[in-house]
Design a protein around this ligand. Structure first.
Ligand code: ZN
Length: 245
């Protein structure tokens, strides 16, 4: 089985379309969605429509999906994120808001190899930034390969005989899933990368070959920026897309 893993799309339809086009070229069977499909970006309805068509076989919600759906307030967000979240709440169609409210908290077990979560398997809102965060996440995971998002930066941490390791997440690199090793993997953000590379990130997990392939694709950033400005969203949300921060 080949799974297309998508995380942190953040209402960026231009990035999502580029990712879907690239992924279809390589081929995949099913979609895994790791949450934060809305927030920050200017086309939440367009993105939800695409995702509904793609019909993910496993889907977890992100913090921005909860706020966008009105399940949570935006009090914990910084002012720019809050403005984006309130704009999102007002912009969603009733049908798409309802779709967001039905998304579940992670982790979700996909098969014998994979589980997915938004932040961490022990807390959907926890960030995995450092080695201790990664260790706690790996210990909580119930499958050899735990995919996560939320930080908007690719990462691949391994745990083998109580020792942590790091694997490459460079575009084009392939991570092999070995026996007796646990993996915590972030394939990057589709719609708002924060690792200094503005290209959209995604991954393909091949369960027969036991590998994860990391991808980055360029997309028309100016188009996404123009949508943000036309919507009257904070300019900082447009600017950060060009620098991948
Ligand atoms: Zn996010």
């Amino acid at each position: 089985m080949r799974y297309l893993a998508l995380s942190d799309i953040h209402a960026n339809i231009d990035a999502l379309d580029a990712v879907l086009a690239a992924a279809h070229t390589g081929g995949f069977d099913h979609v895994l969605c790791l949450g934060d499909i809305v927030g920050y970006g200017a086309d939440p309805n367009g993105v939800i429509d695409r995702i509904r068509l793609a019909a993910p076989v496993a889907f977890v919600r992100g913090n921005h999906d909860r706020v966008g759906a009105g399940l949570d307030d935006a009090e914990g967000f910084n002012p720019v994120a809050r403005e984006g979240a309130i704009w999102t709440q007002r912009s969603l169609t009733a049908e798409n808001r309802e779709y967001l409210t039905r998304l579940v908290a992670g982790p979700v077990l996909v098969d014998d190899l994979i589980e997915i979560c938004h932040g961490s398997p022990f807390d959907e809102d926890a960030y995995v930034f450092d080695a201790l965060d990664a260790l706690n996440a790996l210990r909580a995971a119930r499958r050899p390969l735990c995919l996560f998002g939320h930080t908007h930066a690719p990462a691949a941490v391994t745990l083998s005989r109580d020792e942590l390791g790091d694997e490459s997440t460079e575009a084009g690199s392939v991570l092999r899933i070995r026996e007796h090793t646990r993996y915590l993997v972030n394939v990057g953000s589709v719609g708002q990368p924060r690792d200094g590379d503005p290209r959209a990130g995604f991954g393909i997990v091949d369960t027969e070959r036991r590998e994860v392939r990391f991808y980055r694709v360029a997309y028309p950033v100016e188009r996404a920026q123009a949508r943000i400005r036309e919507a009257g969203l904070p300019d900082a949300l447009a600017e950060r897309l060009a620098v991948g921060r």
